[in-house]
Design a protein. Structure first.
Length: 259
C-alpha cells in the first residue's frame, strides 16, 4: 500500500491507496505546536483503527505547505508507518509543465491538485481548491500550469467580517437554504457561501474568456463540500483530488529517495 499525505495550513489529509484505489482517508487538524511524537500518536491511532500494519506499506509521499512542520510530520510517518516519504518539491519528478514567473513559488498542494486533475480529466482544466485560501488554478490546452487566482478562504472571510464589526456574532458555517437571510447567522452564511460560489463561477468564466476556450472544471478542498450542489452543473467534485495527484507523483518517482 502507498501512503499519501497532504499537509495544508488548516488540515492534514491522509489517504491509503492500493492498486490505484483509495482504501481509506483520514483528516486531522494542522497544529504548529504539536511535536513529531504527538503526530505519531495520532497516526498510530489511525493505523490501529484501520488494523493496518507497518509491513502493509511499501512507500509514501508528503506534500506540505507548512515548512515548520514538514520534518516533524515526516518523522511521525516514519515511526508510524515504517516508510520514509518522498517530499514534493524541487528535485522530485511530477510530470507537470509549470509556466509561471517563479515555478518554485508553486505550493506542493497545487502541484498535486493539477497532477490529479490532469490524470482524471485531461486538459485544459480549472481547479477550484477551497481551503484556508480559495484558489482557482489554471492548466491550459497544452497541459501547462499557467497561473492561479487566490482569494481569502471561507473561514478567513467570515473571521475578518466578525473581527471588523461590532455587532456580528461568531457563527457556525452552514449551508443556508435560501440566499436571502432572515436572521444574522443565515445572512452571514449566505454571503460567505453563495458569495464565494458566485465568485468562483464568475472568475471561471472570465478565465476561460482570457484563455479563449472552455475548460473542464474540478472542485476540491476542505470547504468544497459547501459548494458541491451550487456548482454541480459546471464543476466535478473530487474531495481527495490532491491525494490522487500525490499517488501519481509517487508512481513517477518510485524507487528514488529525496529525504
Amino acid at each position: 500500500m502507498i501512503l499519501c499525505v497532504d499537509m495544508g495550513n488548516t488540515d492534514i489529509k491522509i489517504g491509503v491507496f492500493k492498486d490505484d484505489k483509495v482504501l481509506s482517508t483520514f483528516r486531522t487538524a494542522t497544529d504548529k505546536k504539536k511535536s513529531s511524537d504527538e503526530y505519531e500518536l495520532i497516526l498510530s491511532s489511525f493505523m490501529s483503527d484501520k488494523k493496518y500494519k507497518k509491513e502493509d506499506f511499501r512507500g509514501g509521499i508528503l506534500a506540505s505547505v507548512v515548512p515548520s512542520l514538514t520534518i516533524a510530520l515526516k518523522e511521525a510517518i516514519e515511526a508510524s508507518f515504517g516508510v520514509t516519504p518522498l517530499i514534493v518539491g524541487k528535485g522530485l519528478k511530477n510530470g507537470l509543465s509549470i509556466r509561471i514567473d517563479n515555478p518554485n513559488e508553486l505550493g506542493a498542494d497545487l502541484v498535486a491538485d493539477a497532477v490529479g486533475a490532469i490524470h482524471q480529466f485531461g486538459y485544459p482544466v480549472l481547479i477550484a481548491d477551497l481551503g484556508t485560501a480559495t484558489k482557482i488554478c489554471v492548466v491550459d490546452k497544452v497541459g501547462a500550469f499557467v497561473g492561479c487566482v487566490f482569494a481569502p478562504g471561507l473561514k478567513l472571510s467570515v473571521s475578518a467580517l466578525i473581527g471588523g464589526t461590532a455587532q456580528l456574532p461568531e457563527i457556525t458555517l452552514e449551508q443556508p437554504k435560501k440566499i436571502i437571510g432572515k436572521n444574522t447567522p443565515d445572512s452571514m452564511n449566505s454571503g460567505a457561501i453563495y458569495g464565494t460560489s458566485a465568485m468562483i463561477k464568475a472568475l471561471s468564466e472570465d478565465i476561460e474568456k482570457e484563455l479563449g476556450y472552455p475548460c473542464k472544471r474540478v472542485l476540491t478542498g476542505g470547504y468544497g463540500r459547501f459548494f458541491k450542489d451550487s456548482l454541480k452543473d459546471s464543476f466535478n467534485f473530487i474531495p481527495d483530488l490532491a491525494l490522487q495527484g500525490l499517488l501519481k507523483i509517487y508512481q513517477k518517482n518510485e524507487g528514488t529517495k529525496n529525504a
